[in-house]
Unconditional design. Structure first.
Length: 214
């Protein structure tokens, strides 16, 4: 599983995959094209502006990979992005870039037909994921839709960097009295009233969730 490797390249100058470290979109794309025939790779990303040209130029990757496009209401994307990047621009929402990638996949001869609406995923998670798995020829496991509360283990350097960045950003945007919550034990159960006060903003919800409060 590769979580936002192109974003990692933009933000940190490198990303890791399959035991290798890559320092450019082209080197990562070459590995994905030529070295993954005997493995299954799930890559989640919407290539940022700094990387999208290399992705769009790699017609073999566009044609051979199985692509799926997750869409979300623009106002929801903007709210989430602003919580982490207050200096964001309209381009940060990424829907135009997503459409550009979809068009390039189609032009290269790939399948760009799999589109998932996040509203469907929230309202009907099992049916939506079952349909997605069928469309991309993956086995569907209903048990994957449930998990224990808490923070998942971090297996790669890139994911550790992302988690630290998002937690720092969320913490910085919290008022002082809410930041006090982050100093408590992550296994402590917070009173419902305190938890509600701490999670009135997207930044607060992320910070509390990242600390494992219940």
């Amino acid at each position: 599983m590769l979580h936002e490797p192109f974003c990692n390249l933009r933000d940190y100058g490198e990303t890791d995959a399959g035991g290798w470290t890559f320092d450019s979109p082209r080197s990562l794309l070459a590995w994905l094209r030529d070295e993954t025939q005997d493995m299954r790779v799930f890559l989640k990303d919407n290539p940022p502006t700094a990387c999208v040209r290399d992705v769009l130029a790699d017609r073999r990757f566009l044609a051979e990979a199985r692509h799926a496009f997750l869409i979300r209401r623009p106002e929801e994307i903007a709210a989430s992005s602003y919580a982490l990047h207050p200096g964001m621009s309209i381009g940060s929402i990424g829907l135009e870039r997503l459409c550009e990638v979809q068009a390039a996949v189609r032009e290269a001869g790939g399948d760009a037909s799999v589109v998932i609406d996040s509203d469907d995923l929230v309202a009907r998670p099992e049916a939506t994921m079952a349909a997605y798995c069928a469309a991309v020829r993956l086995p569907f496991n209903p048990q994957a839709l449930t998990w224990e509360a808490g923070v998942a283990p971090v297996r790669t350097l890139a994911c550790r960097r992302q988690r630290q960045f998002r937690l720092r950003a969320a913490r910085a945007r919290l008022p002082a009295h809410r930041r006090e919550l982050l100093r408590a034990s992550p296994v402590r159960r917070l009173p419902p009233a305190v938890l509600r006060a701490a999670t009135r903003t997207a930044a607060g919800r992320h910070a509390v969730g990242a600390r494992g409060y219940r």
